[in-house]
Ligand binder design. Structure first.
Ligand code: NAD
Ligand code: ZN
Length: 364
C-alpha cells in the first residue's frame, strides 16, 4: 500500500505494510540516500528496545553509516533542551548536507527529529518511520516542532519528509490505550471528509483494536489519504486545513487543564469531537449527530464524557489562550453530518459553556 502526498516538488510517498523495517535500507537506496554520509536515527527509550536493532541492522548491513540518539519517551522530549541534545549527536556524528534524520517512533519523536532535520545546516533530509497509530496523522503535513514551556508546538517549521515507512509490525508492541488514542484521529479523518470510512471504522472497531493487519493497513491508508488530500490543497494552513482541527479546540483545552499525562491526545480529542457534535445539534445542523459520533468513538474504547474535575472556567480560559476567541465569540469546526464539517465563526461564548455542561453529562 502506498499513498502519494502531492505537494509539487515536495511530494513524497508513504509506504504502509508489514515487514518494512527489515527492508529499510532498500527504501533509502531507492530514494537516493548517501552511503558516504552518516544518518541519524532518533528514537525514544520505549521504542528502541523493540525496534531499533531491526532498523540499524538493515541499514548497516547495506553499508549505511548510522548515528543513534535515544530520547526519553513522552511529550517532555519535545523541548529545546532535548532538541539541543539531538543536535549535539548530529554534530558529533558528523552529519553533513547529504545526511538524513530518521524518526523511529511516535509523534513526539517525529516532531522533534523533524525539527532537527529542518534546522540542521538549514535543513537536511527527513525520513519518518512511525510506530504509533496517531503518527499516521503527524507523518502527513510537514509540521515539525518542539514545545515552549508556555505553549505547545510554538517553536517549529514546515519540513516535508523524503519518504515515510509505516511498518505495521511495529504497532504490535503499542499499549492498548495508545492504540485507541491513535484510532481517534483515524475516525476524525472519516468524520471530516468520508462518511463511508467513518462507518467502516465503527464496523471494524474490533479488528482495528486487535491490530488485524488488513483492517489496520486499510484504515491507515485511508486516514493518511484524507489528511494528504487536505494538506495538498492547503500546505501552509491558509484555511481549509483548519477542518483537521475537529474536536481539537475542546481537546486541547482538556489536555492543558488536566495537565499532559492524564489524557492522551486522542482521548482528549475524542471528548472534543463528542462536544462538537453537541454543538452541531445546538446550532440545528445535524439531528442525532451526537449519538452517531459517540457510538463510533465508544466502539474504539474512547471516552466521550467530560470529567467533573475539569472546571468550565479553566477550560474556557484555556480555549481563549488557544487564540480561537474574538470578542466573546469563538471559531469551531462543526459537523454538518457524518463525513462533512464546516468552520463556524461567531459562536457565542455562552453557548460553548452550555455545551461543556452537556458534555459533562454525556450529552443529556
Ligand atoms: P508518542 O510519540 O509520545 O508515543 C506514545 C507513547 O507510545 C510513548 O510513550 C512512546 O514511547 C510509546 N511508543 C511509541 N511507539 C511504540 C511502539 N511501537 N511500541 C511501544 N511503545 C511505543 O505520542 P504520539 O501519540 O504518537 O504522538 C503525539 C505527539 O504527536 C504530540 O506531541 C503531538 O503534538 C504530535 N502531533 C503532531 C502532529 C503533526 O502534524 N506534526 C499531528 C498530531 C500530533
Ligand atoms: Zn490531533
Amino acid at each position: 500500500r502506498t499513498v502519494h502526498v502531492e505537494l509539487g516538488e515536495r511530494s513524497y510517498p508513504i509506504y504502509i505494510d508489514s515487514g518494512l523495517l527489515p527492508k529499510a535500507a532498500a527504501y533509502l537506496i531507492k530514494h537516493g540516500m548517501s552511503m558516504k554520509s552518516p544518518h541519524l536515527i532518533v528514537t525514544d527509550d520505549k521504542v528502541a528496545p523493540y525496534h531499533l536493532e531491526t532498523l540499524r541492522t538493515s541499514l548497516e548491513q547495506a553499508g549505511f553509516k548510522t548515528v543513534v540518539s535515544i530520547v526519553k519517551s513522552g511529550e517532555g522530549s519535545k523541548s529545546l533542551q532535548v532538541f539541543e541534545e539531538v543536535m549535539t549527536s548530529a554534530i558529533q556524528g558528523g552529519l553533513d548536507r547529504s545526511s538524513s534524520v530518521i524518526a523511529l517512533g511516535g509523534g513526539v519523536v517525529g516532531d522533534l527529529a523533524g525539527f532537527v532535520a529542518a534546522t540542521y545546516m538549514r535543513g537536511i533530509a527527513f525520513i519518518q518511520m512511525p510506530t504509533t497509530i496517531l503518527a499516521h496523522d503527524s507523518s502527513v503535513g510537514g509540521k515539525v516542532a518542539v514545545n515552549h514551556p508556555l505553549a505547545k508546538n510554538m517553536i517549529g517549521a514546515f519540513h516535508q519528509p523524503e519518504l515515510v515507512l509505516y511498518d505495521l509490525d511495529t504497532l504490535k508492541t503499542l499499549p492498548p490505550r495508545e492504540v485507541s488514542a491513535g484510532l481517534a484521529e483515524m475516525v476524525k479523518h472519516g468524520l471530516i471528509k468520508d462518511q463511508a470510512f467513518a462507518y467502516w471504522c465503527k464496523e471494524h472497531a474490533a479488528e482495528l483494536l486487535a491490530l488485524d493487519q488488513d483492517a489496520l493497513g486499510y484504515g491507515l491508508q485511508r486516514g493518511v489519504s484524507i489528511k494528504a488530500e487536505v494538506v495538498s490543497q492547503d500546505e501552509r494552513e491558509g484555511g481549509l486545513r483548519a477542518i483537521l482541527n475537529l474536536g481539537h479546540t475542546i481537546g486541547h483545552a482538556i489536555e492543558a487543564v488536566a495537565g499532559y499525562g492524564e489524557f492522551l491526545h486522542g482521548e482528549a480529542i475524542s471528548i472534543g469531537m463528542a462536544g462538537s457534535a453537541l454543538l452541531a445539534e445546538a446550532l440545528s445542523r445535524g439531528e442525532g449527530l451526537h449519538a452517531e459520533t459517540t457510538a463510533m468513538l465508544k466502539a474504539l474504547n474512547l471516552p466521550v464524557v467530560l470529567p467533573d474535575h475539569l472546571k468550565e472556567d479553566d477550560l474556557m480560559a484555556a480555549m481563549k489562550h488557544d487564540k480561537k476567541f474574538k470578542e466573546g465569540t469563538m471559531i469551531f469546526v462543526v459537523p454538518d453530518s457524518i463525513g462533512s464539517v464546516s468552520i463556524v465563526k461567531d459562536i457565542p461564548e455562552q453557548l460553548v459553556r452550555d455545551i461543556l455542561k452537556q458534555l459533562r453529562k454525556g450529552g443529556e
